[in-house]
Design a binder for this molecule. Structure first.
Ligand SMILES: Cc1cc2nc3c(=O)[nH]c(=O)nc-3n(C[C@H](O)[C@H](O)[C@H](O)COP(=O)(O)OP(=O)(O)OC[C@H]3O[C@@H](n4cnc5c(N)ncnc54)[C@H](O)[C@@H]3O)c2cc1C
Length: 334
């Protein structure tokens, strides 16, 4: 474990907002470091932020202690003729693990290529893209309990994974340092794609290779998302999920509103709602809404976390006023 002091957090988050500092900055490279941090340091600190790649957070204030997890390892823990079970350290970069799995001919995570950030953060909001989500292949999560320093392993069923959600993001928020995850992947070089946009991009073929899916997703994402030079954290808000009767009333008033059935309810497009309110491409100082994707808030250079937050609140207010729909942040606000 290493400890540094008075660190500017700009290079550690993809939003790169100003006025984000850590008074203490701990780097954990082994599971033992996480146990040592929990048992020796955590009880003396009142404000701890666990950090991966900083690609899903907006920091709006100085933080007493940042704990960056850089526990790196990959291994196969079980293998049959049809499956492989892999264990990944929390500090591994998610995309590198996807690329590794695809190169080995292991299916199950290929559509989640190019999601920025670390493996340890993937369970927090149950990352997902193009019809796949982390929970589809997750077998277990290894973590260290911050208040006690106890090492714990959770089965996937215990983590209550939902749409961009898990117990780690709600009732267990900030209580665990995730150190490793276990995934079960299929040994299958080809797959059938159901996600409409991806299926179309792949030429509506009934069967494609996982390598083709991987490459296609990379191309789609590169065409939509801002360049890495423009500070952002991907989708800022979740797509709202509303009861069927609310969706029917909205559809009557706004016939072109995109809607998708979702677990007995209806998922709306947050990007569409924001665009209809006239926010796509707007700018308030250095805080703005990306002009090619209304769901992505951007830092044009010198925005502070507070500037982005204030724009997000303005957008939430406008969507609520026009559609009566409440947007919820996907990004973690610190
Ligand atoms: C351009 C862009 C595109 C994106 N596209 C997608 C997408 O398609 N789908 C999607 O789901 N997300 C997407 N995201 C969001 C982001 O990539 C994911 O949420 C990712 O999992 C965040 O990883 P991270 O390591 O950067 O986490 P961070 O931002 O560092 O942390 C996120 C949360 O996880 C917690 N955390 C991090 N590591 C640990 C750990 N080891 N133990 C305990 N808690 C931890 C943090 O405290 C924080 O609450 C995108 C982001 C960007 C910038």
């Amino acid at each position: 474990m290493t400890i540094a002091y008075d660190i500017d957090l700009r290079p550690f988050t993809t939003f790169r907002t100003h006025e984000a500092f850590a008074r203490q900055f701990y780097v954990l490279t082994r599971e033992e470091d996480a146990i040592e941090f929990a048992t020796t340091y955590a009880s003396r600190l009142s404000d701890i932020l666990i950090l991966g790649g900083g690609s899903n957070m907006l920091i709006t204030r100085p933080v007493e202690a940042v704990v960056q997890v850089q526990i790196n390892h990959r291994s196969i823990v079980d293998e049959t003729s049809s499956h492989v079970v892999i264990r990944l350290g929390a500090g591994e970069m998610w995309h590198d693990c996807v690329a590794w799995a695809v190169s080995q001919g292991w299916a199950g995570i290929e559509a989640m290529a190019l999601i920025p950030g670390t493996v340890g953060a993937a369970p927090i909001q149950n990352i997902g893209a193009y019809g796949q989500q982390f929970s589809d292949t997750c077998q277990w999560i290894e973590a260290v309990h911050l208040p006690s320093g106890r090492k714990m392993t959770f089965r996937a069923e215990e983590c209550r994974f939902g749409y961009r959600d898990s117990r780690f993001k709600s009732e267990w928020k900030g209580s665990f340092i995730i150190t490793a995850v276990g995934l079960k992947l299929e040994k299958r070089p080809t797959t059938t794609v159901h996600y409409q946009e991806l299926r179309q991009a792949l030429g509506e073929r009934p069967e494609v290779t996982i390598q083709e899916v991987f490459e296609c997703v990379i191309n789609l994402r590169r065409s939509k998302l801002p360049p890495p030079t423009l500070g952002n954290a991907g989708s800022f808000f979740k797509n709202p999920i509303v009861p069927g009767e609310v969706a029917l009333a909205l559809a009557a008033r706004y016939p072109s509103m995109p809607m998708h059935a979702y677990n007995g309810s209806v998922k709306l497009s947050a990007g569409w709602l924001i665009e209809q309110c006239g926010y796509k491409g707007i700018r308030r100082g250095d805080a703005g809404v990306y002009d090619r994707h209304a769901l992505v808030l951007v830092n044009y250079g010198n925005a502070r976390g507070k500037d982005i937050l204030s724009l997000a609140r303005e957008i939430k207010h406008a969507v609520q006023a026009q559609f009566g729909v409440e947007l919820e942040e996907e990004v973690i606000i610190v």
